[in-house]
Design a protein around this ligand. Sequence first.
Ligand code: GLU
Length: 315
Amino acid sequence: MSSLADPRSYDLDDVRRRVLHERGGEVDESIPELAATDPDLVALALVTVDGDVNASDRADVRVSIQSAVKPFLFALALQDTGGDALDRVGIEPTGEAFDAIKLESGTGRPPNPMVNAGALLTASLVDGADAAGRSARILAGLSAFAGRELDVDESVAQNEHLLGDRNHALAHLMRSEGTLVESADDAVAVYSRACAVRVDARDLAQMGATLAAGGCNPVTGARVVDSAVARDVVAVMATCGVYDGSGRWMRQVGVPAKSSVSGAIVLSAPGALGAAIISPPLDSRGTSVRGHIASDILSEELGLHAFRMVPRRAR
Ligand code: GLU
């Protein structure tokens, strides 16, 4: 068996070079800011649960977090509701696209927190007296996960709100079912601002590492969410994080992850590390093409597959 690389000295620039030539996929065009992203951007970073940081070239290029925010919205909702968020949102995979206009039959709840319906709802459950208060809580919470003060790309937030017709439809549907309590427009506004938070690969890797370390940021030492919350979030990332590609992803890559339309992927390998890859061209399921290949490489070379049949002490 080939020996595994040490994450601290692992050559992420080499991984970057190995995936850079890949030309597949299309950059998302749902809003002008995403359509304008550089298709040649490839950035990687990882942060171990001991707080070691390793990053490739371009790991400081910022993009909007988009759907990679969803695990963290779920985490903040669980934390702020003392777990009651689990009564308001399902945890079953849908086998459908991220923005499917579909709720759980019988309950009217969103199927899981990793699709848009679920994230609209979890964003509405965090602490805050009104939409502005919830947005502030989300930005502070995401910043604690990332270990630095994050900010919002205001033009992305505006365009997401203006052009997110399916998100408005989902919010109205959930209002009519009684599952969404706040106004549909406020729910879309809060979710749109959350999607528009700017992160680089290093930020996202640290966010994934905070979940992998049981809710405590391994770089800053701050407790962000309870360990039971982190465990719940990573479990749902494993089953639902890559939408209708989640089963294939877990079989092949074997690391709980969340994809996003900006081409960011955040990975969380419990007890080991968090990692992030940002590369905008997407496959038909909305997953970064190079990000998927790089995730395969990281999983293989760092021994991250959750179902790797080797006792941990022998790794
Ligand atoms: N802002 C996007 C939307 O809600 C996020 C989708 C994604 O990243 O998969 O349409």
